[in-house]
Design a protein around this ligand. Sequence first.
Ligand code: SF4
Length: 429
Amino acid sequence: MKHTPYLLYSDGQGNIFEDETLYVLGRTGWDAVETELDDWIPLPDGGNLYELPGRRGIGLDVKTGEMRLCEKGWAVAAFIPPAHTGFYMAAYETLPDAPTLPLFCYTCAGWYEGEFFVTATRIERDIRQECAGYDEDKIESGLTKFVTAYPHNRLVQHLAETCCQTYHCPAARNYFMGRWECPIPISPACNANCIGCISFQPEDETIVSTQDRLTFKPTAAEVVEYTVPHLETAPYPIVSFGQGCEGEPLLMWETIREAILEIRRHTSKGSININTNGSNPRAVEELMKAGLNSIRVSTNSARKEIYTPYYRPNNYEFQDLLESLKIAAAYGGWTSINYFVFPGMTDSEAELDALRHLIEYTDLKMIQWRNFNIDPDWYLGKIGVTETGDRYGVKQLMHIIREEYPHLKFGYFNPPIERMKNYEEDFAH
Ligand code: SF4
């Protein structure tokens, strides 16, 4: 790459143009900054471009080198597909009365020699959510086969009608293709009140949740009925409690324990995973004893003072997350954090110190570097962060962590048993 890509803008009608008088700048925290040429990759397949109403892009004048706004239209950002982590957000100035942006990630994007580019890296080799890999005919025949096979199973009906056919959930589509990770939504309630919750948004908020929360409490029998055949027949099989369309699975830990015990009476194949907010270490211990193989704890930060104003927990503490991870590791489980990456916050000095503590205290196995799907101004405003200070850059942060913890795995998805044993296992077929 000979120079930074040109800034993109939209005409407000969904048409996107490049402005060759401006090089694009990246956003980190509250600041617009220059990027490095090796921060950029072509926009990956499955990525989308968004126009950002009420926002003017910030760029660097090609001739003067001065920072200035693009007045030709609205700012543009990219939603980068799973398996990729963004280094910078889109840099823009928000005009008064600009609407809050919906719950997507807004990665820095630009135009270079006839192509869209983004500041990101492919962090995960696993191809389970490559959009080119989904076969609509196979999904259709899988829907018919499983809905017919389990006519009274509310979970399979939910996965078919709501998750697969309404939300086009990649995990549900993989289940109906009979492969890889199979979702088990289990809890209609949650003990946290995340500002950017994707399954519940208060009436008075201007944005909406991207999914509706499950409305029933599945039974262990419903879970076991469709997950045992999946573990028995799917390649690299995983069954995962805790999905985007529900609350907190640990609130249903007794049902999950009963299901795990019953699953393992029928099969020893594959991995049983839970995606959770980690709020109940005692429940995690009981699930590890029952046969849980891996746990992924979601967090926006390794710092209590950044976590608490975002998650707004009911009856649990940030420390409970660490205890849940520590206990699962002590039982030999695979432990990950679902780390919501926010440039300017995640790569700050204070966050790095806290992350080092989390990794060492919990004996963590993996970081899933996830893009934070939230309006940056709205998020920082809600958690009361007015100044984000010095930072390393997300790329440099990843480099530091790799250097200091060479055993720690980087990725984006929960690994199957085969990769837990040998993380470099080829997963391409
Ligand atoms: S833990 Fe999950 S379900 Fe609960 S409020 Fe947060 S995002 Fe929503």
